[in-house]
Design a protein around this ligand. Structure first.
Ligand code: NDP
Length: 333
């Protein structure tokens, strides 16, 4: 397959949003490489998804050091695609990685120490074959490490040019405010926060969104489709090739209850009435708040990437649609 991105990929300026009060704009849909990009995944399919994401609308790529399986192998896969096909497009790409979850045995292989974060970043860069990543995240707060040390490591990564921006993920509102102050003092302002946020996971609405707005930090919502539950994937049972069948460690079949499917059916009806798929409506819903910069999707086929990027065609909600969604969701939270 020879790769040629669509010349029209920048023809919709509304596909990008400014990230908080930074100078960086991000596409409203980003592609995460958590599933379907590891060593056991089909390389041709992974490559086709990256092409679709980048070629259609310059969708940035999000990795995590522990994405696999085995951990780290999604970075190796992406490094291979970069080297083969995307070398000449490096400056058009936003590539992110994180450190925080278990990567190697012993006390220096996870959490938030300077020792671990900087070693993990170096390993990610080697796997990716890059000199720098655009965004480097602390993947989770570490209750046993002073926040000053974790933020100091992020700021060091920025100062040494191994990352252009510092970011955090899974931090609660209070720790986010503290990290924002520390990173600003250290000269590496926090660019963006990556929490789980979807119609089925609304925790960020209890304080975090306000902190991000006040601090001028962007938000990139991970699992905006609730790992596929907020799509038509499970309306007729669990397909053999779906995440809940293939990788039940992360999406357990028992999570797909009758009640959940009934809720999804009602949401699907609202989406159809809006003239879009449920996946698209779920993404538009996350993006309805201006503080949200991007929805960080996963995908198992290039067609899913294409469908999700087309959320751009209908982002706005009217009040009655939002009220109808609240009514459907209200028993769930
Ligand atoms: P989503 O909620 O977007 O779920 C993705 C899954 O939904 C796909 O694998 C696919 O499932 C299904 N899907 C996607 N689009 C469609 C569609 N149009 N129609 C039908 N089904 C669809 O996100 P993920 O849970 O994959 O997470 C996204 C990214 O978030 C990760 O890659 C990672 O970068 C990041 N993340 C960050 C975490 C953190 O702690 N910071 C934790 C977890 C994720 P199927 O495979 O069944 O086809």
């Amino acid at each position: 397959m020879s790769y040629e991105p669509a010349p029209t990929r920048y023809d919709r300026p509304d596909f990008h949003r400014r990230t908080g009060r930074s100078g960086l704009q991000l596409p409203i849909v980003s592609l995460g490489l958590w599933h379907n990009f590891g060593a056991v995944a089909d390389f041709a399919n992974a490559r086709a998804m990256v092409f679709r994401a980048f070629g259609l609308r310059d969708t940035p790529l999000h990795l995590g050091d522990n994405c696999g399986p085995p951990p780290g192998s999604a970075e190796t896969t992406f490094g291979r695609i970069l080297a083969q096909d995307l070398q000449s497009h490096r400056d058009e790409l936003i590539v992110s990685t994180k450190a925080g979850y278990d990567m190697w045995p012993g006390p220096y292989g996870e959490w938030g120490s300077r020792k671990y974060l900087l070693a993990s970043l170096d390993q990610s860069l080697r796997r990716l074959g890059l000199e720098y990543v655009d965004i480097f995240y602390s993947h989770r707060p570490d209750p046993a490490t002073p926040l000053e040390e974790t933020c100091g490591a992020l700021a060091h990564a920025v100062r040494t040019g191994k990352a252009l921006y510092a970011a955090i993920s899974n931090y609660e509102a209070q720790d986010t405010a503290k990290a924002a102050a520390l990173l600003r003092e250290m000269g590496a302002p926090c660019l963006i926060h990556q929490p789980r946020y979807s119609m089925f996971e609304r925790r960020p609405e209890h304080g975090l969104l306000e902190v991000l707005d006040r601090e001028g930090i962007g938000l990139i919502a991970f699992s905006p489709l609730a790992q596929g539950m907020l799509t038509s994937r499970y309306l007729e049972g669990i397909p053999k090739d779906a995440r809940a069948a293939r990788d039940p460690r992360f999406l357990k079949p028992e999570q797909i209850t009758k009640d959940k499917v009934a809720t999804v059916r009602k949401l699907d009806a609202i989406a159809r009435a809006r003239g879009q798929s449920l996946a698209q409506m779920a993404l538009a819903w996350v993006l309805r708040k201006p503080v949200v910069t991007s929805a960080l999707i996963g995908a198992s086929t290039p067609g899913q990437v294409e469908e999700n990027v087309a959320v751009l065609e209908k982002l706005a909600f009217d009040d009655s649609e939002l009220a109808a969604i609240e009514t459907v969701l209200s028993p769930a939270h």
